[in-house]
Ligand binder design. Structure first.
Ligand code: TPP
Length: 639
């Protein structure tokens, strides 16, 4: 179904690529780009970023001796070309599909995937570690290369790594893939700086000199160091007029160069191979390169879903009834409503304005909504700072990315008992992005923090009311987690209602067994209970709403009335809500039989949410089975 071009057909590894002449690289890039378009348009996935790195990918594998040389992609959403060139061309149509290859580099998938990624800003640290290992192991020929975007380089870890690498002076190359975009337009002072370097006349003047000298390096061989010295002196004299951030960190800075000129890239990379120490090559690319619509609306085409490649029309699954709003959009609209009522409210996102829908507030009240860049730690402490002054920050961070900011949540917010509202989007299995993106741990990691309120709505209406209640709570950090996707329609005119902190509710009556659920996954339990009722099994459903504080009076009622209980959560079973309930039982001497359903203690791979809920054993059908294992179906009724 997907036919690679004649060159691509012959490339089963970078070694095959290296057999072609430099004259053929442009054609190879064209075929690679077309193959990505062909497959992503039908199968979905990240799009613009990989189109932008086609030439860079080809040049890197052409010049470096991969997989011996260690190529580390940051985030990894731009590495589709890399996957296709490294033996995964024919399985690429299974990208991100249950049982198929991962959408991100993954060590166990290929020797060419040197480091598992998904979260941003790790590549320089990892490549520096690899370079240090090569030196300690006495292998001077093994190179380490990090490819990092202008968005990812704004993350704190990237700065920490640059600082350390400049100091250690290990032999490594950082390729800065600068397309002026994160998922949304990149933000921050560094972005301005990169633009300044790119357009600076002084720099461009010196740059020409530098390249002239650089071209000679390969011919000079052992004299390369002298040449490099000259280059550095050239740059340094310019630095008297304009300093270079990377040079200040003791990196040798080269560029900027056109990241879509594959031959130029190959030439430059080949030269840089011979220059010792830490180097940075600044490459300018266009996100979405080669697909006009993706170049024009780079945020939309970051991961557009399935589309008609000829017309560019994005294909949405046909829906008979109107769709309920996504949780993220309910967050976005509700925050604006609340902020209109309460001047203290501000919004914060680390680089996910369209992902979490804070962009709605950024548009409506730009002075009170902040995209702070890819820096979850800073986002939390920035929020904490505002809270000390009486503002009420709603800090929205995907559950998985909040892992980055755990110390800030504890040290800067919880210990000081500051009123920051954390909205954790993508709580539970994330779907096709896989293990790096599942919001698996937040219930467990939040509930052990003193002062923290840990809440999860079962539907969008509850999300609105929880946000309202959280804003009014006025003391203590308050976290609200919700999943990707949607649940029920929202009546936007309905007045907000206070949800009392630490109070759960009974959703369904029943006598045979009790299910206690938290959050959206309770809807699967509700479906299961409905189906079981047809088989004369009556299941009661309790929506706990808060994992902290626990609704102890509700739990006493449950355990005084039921000797069979199933807990259901879309999060890790160890340490999660089910564990909290076992602790409650132990503390109070209850001995009911309990089955805990949740993500098991292993890495859950990618697939659709439904597929993964089923695999983990808490979709409606699995919940039904678990109930029947405790309450046999009454005779005369077939299951
Ligand atoms: C820690 C973390 N926060 C947020 C994200 C979500 N995210 C994925 S890609 C991306 C933008 C990366 O921008 P850049 O590095 O410039 O790469 P580009 O997509 O522009 O090629 C973001 C914010 C992430 N992967 N990791």
């Amino acid at each position: 179904m997907f036919e690679p071009g004649p060159y691509l057909k012959q490339i089963n590894s970078p070694n095959d690529l290296r057999q072609f002449s430099t004259d053929e690289l442009v054609a190879i890039c064209d075929e690679l780009r077309q193959y990505i378009i062909d497959i992503v348009s039908v199968k979905g996935g990240h799009f613009g970023a990989s189109l932008g790195t086609v030439e860079l990918t080809v040049a890197l594998h052409y010049i470096f001796n991969t997989p011996k040389d260690q190529l580390v992609w940051d985030v990894g959403h731009q590495a589709y070309g890399h996957k296709i060139l490294t033996g995964r061309r024919d399985v690429f149509p299974t990208n991100r599909i249950y049982g198929g290859i991962s959408g991100f580099p993954k060590r166990k998938e290929s020797d060419y995937d040197t480091f598992g990624v998904g979260h941003s800003s790790t590549s320089i640290s990892a490549a520096l570690g690899m370079a240090t290992a090569a030196r300690l192991q006495g292998d001077k020929s093994r190179k380490s290369i990090a490819v990092i975007g202008d968005g990812a380089i704004t993350g704190g870890m990237a700065f920490e790594a640059l600082n350390n690498a400049g100091w250690l002076q290990e032999d490594m190359l950082v390729v800065l893939n600068d397309n002026c975009m994160s998922i949304d337009p990149n933000v921050g002072a560094l972005k301005e700086y990169l633009t300044d370097i790119t357009t600076s006349h002084t720099y461009n003047k010196v740059k020409d000199e530098v390249w002239k000298l650089l071209g000679k390096i390969s011919k000079f061989g052992p004299d390369a160091r002298t040449i490099v010295q000259k280059i550095e002196n050239g740059i340094k004299s310019t630095l008297l007029q304009q300093s270079n951030l990377f040079e200040s960190l003791k990196f040798r800075y080269f560029g900027p160069i056109d990241g879509h000129d594959v031959n130029r890239l190959a030439e430059v990379l080949s030269d840089l191979k011979n220059i010792p120490g830490p180097k940075i090559l600044h490459v300018l690319t266009v996100k979405g390169k080669g697909y006009k619509l993706a170049e024009e609306d780079q945020t939309l085409w970051h991961a557009p879903g399935v589309f008609d490649k000829l017309t560019g029309q994005i294909i949405k699954p046909e829906k008979k009834a109107p769709e309920p709003p996504k949780y993220q959009d309910v967050f976005g609209h509700t925050l604006v409503e609340l902020a209109e009522l309460d001047k203290r409210i501000v919004g914060v996102t680390p680089a996910m304005p369209s992902g979490c829908s804070l962009n709605i507030m950024m548009k409506a009240m730009p002075e009170r909504a902040f995209d702070v860049g890819i820096c979850e730690q800073h986002a939390v402490t920035f929020s904490a700072g505002m809270a000390t002054q009486g503002l009420v920050p709603f800090c929205n961070i995907y559950s998985t990315f909040m892992q980055r900011a755990y110390d800030q949540v504890v040290h800067d917010v919880a210990i000081q008992n500051l009123h920051v509202v954390f909205c954790l989007d993508r709580g539970g299995v994330a779907g096709a992005d896989g293990p790096t993106h599942h919001g698996a741990y937040d219930i467990a990691y939040m509930r052990c923090i003193p002062n923290m309120i840990v809440a999860a709505p079962m539907n969008e209406e509850e999300l609105r009311n929880m946000m309202y209640s959280a804003a009014l709570h006025n003391s203590a950090p308050y976290s609200i987690r919700y999943p990707r996707g949607n649940g029920v329609m929202v009546d936007w005119k309905k007045p907000f209602q206070i949800i009392e902190t630490g109070k759960g509710r009974q959703v369904r009556k029943g006598k045979d067994l009790a299910i206690i659920s938290i959050g959206h996954i309770g809807n699967e339990a509700l479906i299961a209970a409905g189906n079981l009722s047809k088989q004369n099994i009556e299941v009661a459903l309790f929506d706990l709403r808060f994992v902290k504080p626990l609704d102890e009076s509700l739990l006493h009622i449950v355990f005084q009335n039921f000797d069979k209980v199933i807990t259901v959560e879309d999060g890790c079973v160890q340490g999660g809500m089910g564990s909290a309930i076992l602790e409650f039982m132990a503390d109070n001497g209850y001995t009911s039989r309990v089955i805990r359903l949740g993500m098991p203690d292993k890495i859950i791979e990618h697939g659709t949410q439904q597929e993964l809920w089923a695999e983990c054993g808490y979709d409606a059908a699995s919940i039904q089975k678990a109930v029947v294992s405790l309450v046999p179906v009454p005779v005369n009724v077939s299951y």
